[in-house]
Design a binder for this molecule. Structure first.
Ligand SMILES: O=C(O)CCC(=O)C(=O)O
Length: 276
């Protein structure tokens, strides 16, 4: 019997490449995480997503706690097995009435996770609906290639760092993964996904947790780090990460900086290979 998903959601994940909604946080917990997120942005005077990339949890004990929430590992186990590592996290936020969007893309083209079996748990810390620009997905698109051609548009309205875009996606069967605050969705790293601008009066806050089975490794660079949240890293593919003693722990900020540098270089070579 599945631990966090329904049997239908498990089947949907394998058939269509995604599943939602899955309950995670109580209203009080959501309010607490949202307050901490708002305080973080007020403190740095910038968007969290512009500063803390690919391992956004690393300098913050409250985010290190969130990624260890047992229901995330439960949900992952339901679709991908017992040895569970978290190799990354990313903020995806849009302010109220924000024209920014996320173009159609496929995570596996850029992640470098081999085999390409990474799964993202996208946690809604505010309501994610069609009007606020929730995620859109193409059912079944995870069954194709792990690296598909993207053009890199560098459109400033695109929240992806390179504006990476799959052209001419047939949107006829696109599904909108609507979530309440405190719920999450799962999507396979080969799934085509995107999201539209936020036309609502509230900010849309997503915290994406990148999870993989421990038999996957990072193929694009050495010394990749991860948190083993369940089971074991039997092949010793992943090095441990420091745990922050407090917000903005300098050792963790340094580790984050090094991780982002390694990832950015690796991402460049993946994109170049895909273009050749
Ligand atoms: O937040 C969004 O709209 C897109 C998120 C995304 O691309 C991802 O989690 O991989």
């Amino acid at each position: 019997m599945p631990k966090a998903l329904t049997q239908e959601q498990v089947e949907k994940f394998h058939r269509d490449g995604y599943a939602y909604p899955i309950n995670l946080l109580t209203p009080a917990e959501v309010a607490d995480y949202r307050r901490r997120f708002e305080e973080l942005e007020a403190t740095i005077g910038a968007e969290a997503q512009s500063r803390y990339r690919i391992k956004a949890h690393l300098p913050f004990p409250w985010l290190c706690k969130l990624i260890r929430h047992p229901r995330l590992a439960d949900a992952f186990e339901d679709v991908a097995g017992p040895d569970v590592i978290i190799w990354g996290t990313s903020w995806f936020t849009k302010k109220a009435h924000d024209i920014r969007f996320i173009s159609w893309h496929q995570d596996s083209t850029y992640y470098g996770i081999d085999p390409p079996e990474s799964v993202t748990a996208w946690i809604a810390l505010s309501r994610a609906r069609r009007d606020s620009g929730c995620m859109r997905v193409i059912p079944g698109s995870h069954k194709g290639a792990a690296v598909v051609p993207h053009v890199e548009t560098y459109d400033p309205k695109n929240l992806l760092s390179r504006g990476q875009t799959i052209l001419n996606v047939d949107e006829t069967n696109a599904d909108f993964m609507e979530l309440d605050a405190g719920q999450f969705s799962l999507h396979h790293n080969k799934l085509f996904h995107s999201s539209e601008p936020n036309a609502s009066d509230d900010v849309r806050i997503g915290f994406a947790v990148h999870i993989a089975p421990a038999h996957c490794r990072q193929a694009q660079f050495e010394n990749a780090t991860a948190v083993v949240v369940r089971g074991r890293d039997r092949n010793n593919y992943w090095q441990p990460e420091p745990y922050p003693r407090h917000d903005f722990d300098p050792d963790c900020l340094k580790a984050l900086d090094e991780a982002w540098t390694r990832y950015r270089k690796g991402m460049k070579s993946i994109a170049q290979n895909a273009a050749e």
